[in-house]
Structure formats: structure tokens, C-alpha cells
Design a protein around this ligand. Structure first.
Ligand code: SAH
Length: 299
């Protein structure tokens, strides 16, 4: 990809977290928070050249007026501009450093695949599908995954909404021998497939284009799903079909404020809450399906 779009939003610090989340949701491949005591905080985000910049600018304007309506002081500036400087690709790389996650994982870009003692290095090329390992929802899922596997690796796992394949690859690296990675976006599945090869786990991870709402895999002892809360709500009944009795669901992409309600909603489908963690405003839930699933008719 040669050309990129750059978005810069200067805004008061209390609006930064929301702006960062918004930009990720719009498909940014990199989001950088720039803070210095001397100037107003800015958020800088990069979008692939294939992005419709007018459409992005319109969504940005809507979002900014939403912020004003919520009483935030207006961002001083919100711009979308083309970024064709070839040097930028290198500059951008500076922001993707190998990142240790949990106790045993390290997420690294291909240009910096350092080996770290005692850590499984997972190499992901930023900029294709969602799941570079930089986002708090991915980190949260990886941390829960690590703990679940530590307590005894299940034989199989299902990753719903695999994006770059990062969770499926981590599951395989951590010792799960049969992983199915599903996404309804064919580009993401292709990217996941390439990433499983780069990481030497293609034999353990199958990648499939399918909608989580209809995929028919039978039951699996561990289901990972880093999706958004409204989709989890709709899929809650499906989780009861897809997670084996006494199996585990790790659900990410849930804003902290949505966690209680969503957890209760899934629990009503025959799951018990086991653990949760919060990273940068995003909650990851871990639930266990009842061993006696038939005692919990689906509501
Ligand atoms: N698992 C990765 C990516 C999460 S982003 C990580 O944790 O970082 C969510 C992914 O879910 C996207 O790739 C999106 O294409 C996919 N997705 C969204 N709705 C879906 C659905 N109904 N069925 C399957 N995949 C879906």
C-alpha cells in the first residue's frame, strides 16, 4: 500500500480515550496518542489508502459534534489528509514495537521479530486485518487465554472473528493442537491463513470464512470471541451451541460499562461467570458453560 490517510484530532485529554476507540472502530491500522505538557493532546491515526476519505471525514465530523453535544470542549482541530511521504512507512513502524503480553507471549511486527527468553513470539504484520496485538481488547483476550491454558490446555479451540488470526495463533503456540479460526470477512481469513504460516502453526489452525451466527462446528471446549457487545448479545444463544458442557468462553470487545449486563445475559444461557479483567476501558469476560447444560433451557 503506497498512500495512506492520516487523521489528527487535537482535543482535551478527557476526550482522548473515546477518540482513540472511535478511530480504531473506523478501521485505523495505527493510533498514536501524543501528549506533551506544552501542547494540547493530539491523537494521530493512520488509515489505508483504500479508505474513502470523504466518508471518513464525514463520520469524524459527526463524532466531533457528538462530543460537543456531550459537553466536551470542542476539539481544536480534526483533519484528514493524504500522507504519501514514503519515509512515513518507516516512521510508522517505529510505533509498532514488540509488545510483551501476559507472562509468556510477545507480539512482534515482521521487521522486529526479536526472540525473548521464555516467551512465544507471535509475528503479525500490522495493517491488514484487525488484531495487531496493540488493542486492549486483543490483549485482554490473550491474557485470559493464557490463564485458561495454564490451568490445563483444552484439546481444541474455536476463535470467532479471528481478524489477523492472532488469538488462534496464540492458542496454538500455547499448546492447543486443533484450532478453528472463523471470520465472515474473506480478506481477514486470508490474512489469518498467511499469519498461521508465518508463525509455523498452519497445521494446527484451520481458517474458515463463515458467519459466527450460523457456523456449525459442533461444540468446542474453548471458544474465543473478540467482538463487540451488541454482537455478543445476539450470539449468546449460539455460545450455548458452540461451547462444550463445562467448557469456557472468553468474550472480548466489551466496554467496561457494558460488562455487567452482558455477563448476566450470557449467564442466562447456561453459563457461570468465572473471571473478568479490564484493560484501557475494555472488559474481557470468562464464563464457564454448565456441565449439565440441559438443566438450563435457553431463554
Ligand atoms: N480476534 C482478533 C480480531 C478481532 S476484530 C483480535 O482479537 O484482535 C473482530 C473480527 O470479527 C473482525 O475481523 C470481523 O471481520 C469479525 N466479525 C465481525 N462480525 C462477525 C460475524 N458475525 N461472524 C464472523 N466474524 C465476524
Amino acid at each position: 500500500m503506497d498512500a495512506w490517510w492520516q487523521v489528527v484530532v487535537t482535543a482535551p485529554g478527557e476526550a482522548t480515550e473515546g477518540i482513540v476507540n472511535f478511530l480504531w472502530e473506523q478501521g485505523a491500522v495505527g493510533v498514536i496518542e501524543e501528549e506533551s505538557p506544552a501542547s494540547t493532546p493530539a491523537v494521530r491515526a493512520f488509515f489505508p489508502g483504500t479508505t474513502d476519505a470523504d466518508d471518513l471525514a464525514a463520520r469524524l465530523r459527526d463524532y466531533v459534534s457528538g462530543l460537543r453535544a456531550l459537553g466536551f470542549r470542542v476539539p481544536l482541530e480534526a483533519t484528514v489528509s493524504a500522507l504519501e511521504d514514503p519515509g512515513w512507512a518507516t516512521a510508522w513502524r517505529e510505533h509498532f514495537r514488540p509488545r510483551p503480553v501476559g507472562r509468556t507471549l510477545l507480539i512482534a511486527p515482521p521487521w522486529d521479530p526479536i526472540a525473548a527468553a521464555g516467551r512465544h513470539t507471535i509475528v503479525i504484520e500490522p495493517g491488514r486485518a484487525f488484531g495487531t496485538g496493540q488493542h486492549a481488547t486483543t490483549v485482554g483476550c490473550l491474557e485470559r487465554l493464557e490463564d485458561v491454558v495454564d490451568a490445563g490446555a483444552p484439546a481444541r479451540a474455536l476463535d470467532l472473528g479471528t481478524g489477523s488470526g492472532i488469538l488462534a495463533i496464540a492458542a496454538a503456540c500455547l499448546g492447543i493442537i486443533d484450532v478453528l479460526a472463523v471470520d465472515d470477512d474473506p480478506d481477514a481469513v486470508e490474512n489469518a491463513r498467511v499469519n498461521t504460516e508465518h508463525n509455523g502453526v498452519a497445521a494446527r489452525v484451520r481458517c474458515l470464512v463463515a458467519d459466527a451466527a450460523t457456523v456449525d462446528t459442533g461444540t468446542t471446549p474453548l471458544v474465543l470471541a473478540n467482538l463487540l457487545a451488541p454482537l455478543h448479545r445476539r450470539l449468546a444463544g449460539r455460545y450455548a451451541d458452540l461451547v462444550a458442557p463445562a467448557g469456557t468462553a472468553i468474550l472480548g470487545g466489551i466496554l467496561d460499562g457494558e460488562a455487567d449486563e452482558l455477563e448476566a445475559h450470557v449467564a442466562r444461557r447456561g453459563f457461570a461467570p468465572v473471571a473478568r479483567l479490564s484493560r484501557e476501558g475494555w472488559t474481557t469476560l470468562e464464563l464457564r458453560r454448565s456441565a449439565h447444560a440441559s438443566l438450563h433451557p435457553r431463554a
